[in-house]
Design a protein around this ligand. Sequence first.
Ligand code: ATP
Ligand code: MG
Length: 318
Amino acid sequence: MVSILSIGKATQDVFLRDEEFNPHTRGKVAYEELPLGAKIDIAEAFFSSGGNATNVAVTFARQGLNSRYLWALGHDPASNAVMNDLDHENVDTSLVALHDGLRASYSTVLLAPSGERTILNFTGKTPEISDVERLLEKAPSADWVYPTAVGSFETLEVILNWATDHGARVMLNPGGSELADPAKLKSILPEVDVLCLNKEEMQTLVEGENIEELVRHGLNICPVVIVSDGPNGVCASDGKTIISAGMYEDVPVLDRTGAGDAFASGFLSQWSQGKSLRESVVFASANSTSVVTKIGAKAGILSEGVALHDMPLEEKDI
Ligand SMILES: Nc1ncnc2c1ncn2[C@@H]1O[C@H](COP(=O)(O)OP(=O)(O)OP(=O)(O)O)[C@@H](O)[C@H]1O
Ligand SMILES: [Mg+2]
């Protein structure tokens, strides 16, 4: 069975949805305003764990793969909620250390009826690079490693070295801290087997007006490159063929949290099992489309064996 080790930050997300949340524009900026001192009854409160690495670990587990999560968390309610979710989803959490003083992130997401959202985020207290090093020393090898939002660039380098030493292949869909310095990010890409980014992120790394140009330029650095552009579709190539795909389904978007994670992990869940580029792109698209129709980053993640349909997709030799 294919094994995938996911590494990176975890959060607890609380989604509050109500008609009262009503963003309005002043100048060029849209605001959400709440009256000071008021107690506002909310129509719906939805709790979900998040954090890119825990989201992707759940896709891998629901697709029947050996999915392991490595990170250090605390004894705070947000860390407990993340651990409960992952255990419930059959993600192997034996490589999660629990340290006093560490805290998972905590986000309150105010969802307006329009689908727009305002997020109040507490970053938490994330592990030091030495904590991650100690955990990796204990980690059995894996077929693939998927680091994302690991806190610092140096931590990412430690993980990539571990992957090289253990013969694990790497998929990278970088999170916030890894995207902060494009030159540094570019320098480590030769160690990455599958790179997945959205259009704006890819434009910080290579030249290209459209996603196909970006993918073609990305192939000079990485063997498999995928560039997504939200509802406008996606382009992917393994250096042999290149696929341009549209939307899997034109769905009403309830909450787009986790769309990128569902796409990238959906791709790897199939690619790692030897499925074709086309099959991997179709499943990635179906997984991400399902996620945006549900509140939270994990609720819509597809389970093994779900029936897929065709989608607008063109594949040509490179
Ligand atoms: N409005 C939508 N309707 C249908 N599918 C969508 C929509 N938005 C995103 N998706 C799906 O999610 C995939 C990834 O979305 P996107 O390109 O926005 O990634 P991202 O910017 O990395 O997202 P994130 O902010 O989660 O990191 C798309 O390729 C598409 O399959
Ligand atoms: Mg993304």
